[in-house]
Design a protein around this ligand. Sequence first.
Ligand code: A2P
Length: 280
Amino acid sequence: MEKFTLSNGVEIPAVGYGTYLTSEQDDGTVAAALAAGYRHFDTASFYGTEQALGDALKAAGVPREELFLTSKLWKDEMGYENALAAFERSLQKLGTDYLDLYLIHWPRTDDLTAEWRQLDRDTWRALEELYRAGRVRAIGVSNFLPHHLRNLMETAEIAPMVNQIEFHPGYPQTWNVEFCKAHGILPEAWSPLGRTRVLQDERLAGIAAKYGKTVAQLCVRFALQCGVVPLPKSSSPARMKANLDVFDFVISDEDMDRILTLPQFGWSGLHPDYPKADID
Ligand code: A2P
């Protein structure tokens, strides 16, 4: 598996397996993902999948150092003390004594009128402490826009290494990705397949066909070529494998441009600063 390198030199497998919406009980999905070749697993306290993931990894007996494990603290786990406690809970459920990457899941709580600037900074101090103590190999954020990142970085002693955002054709958040890269922050893509909303698109189908690939594979490859770590989800062993079979073709510059300049479609409607929008 190819790798990206974080700003602190830590290597991260280029494609990860997303566990949002997988079963809260070990149902064989993780074993199938391991068999397909995934070693990078993305979870979060909010997903309710940490325990099942931890149990399945333990049962599979893959050496811990061969795995790259990410988790995230939820909106109600923000603040300095809360974040430290949330981290311990995640470790316990995952059955490990360190994480490879720990993220703040969203920059704001559900109460969008609440003051978020100080809360983000306090939460970040806890992550910095965990990082300095060697409890986690890298720290970062998720769903942050440039103004959230700027606020954090004003007082941060350690800059975030990752920002995990919604990213797929039709919603590549180019301005945010470019901001992250300019600040040494590696972007990761949640919903790199637009949770299937973009898979029927005829324009993408036409491009994918040129390379003898499916639209899903085109989406995964598109993220990689944008310098973004895709975290596709699938419950099917065949599709898990297919989503990793993306290292034998290169999307041309022209096709990358065509994809990057498609008008917005397939957006989830989730925005960190506003209530969910009901758009396509
Ligand atoms: P399934 O679990 O049946 O494979 P995202 O990662 O963007 O959130 O998308 C996840 C969705 O995409 C799931 O519904 C998953 O369904 C589907 N999916 C994953 N891989 C593929 C693929 N290669 N082809 C078609 N659908 C896929």
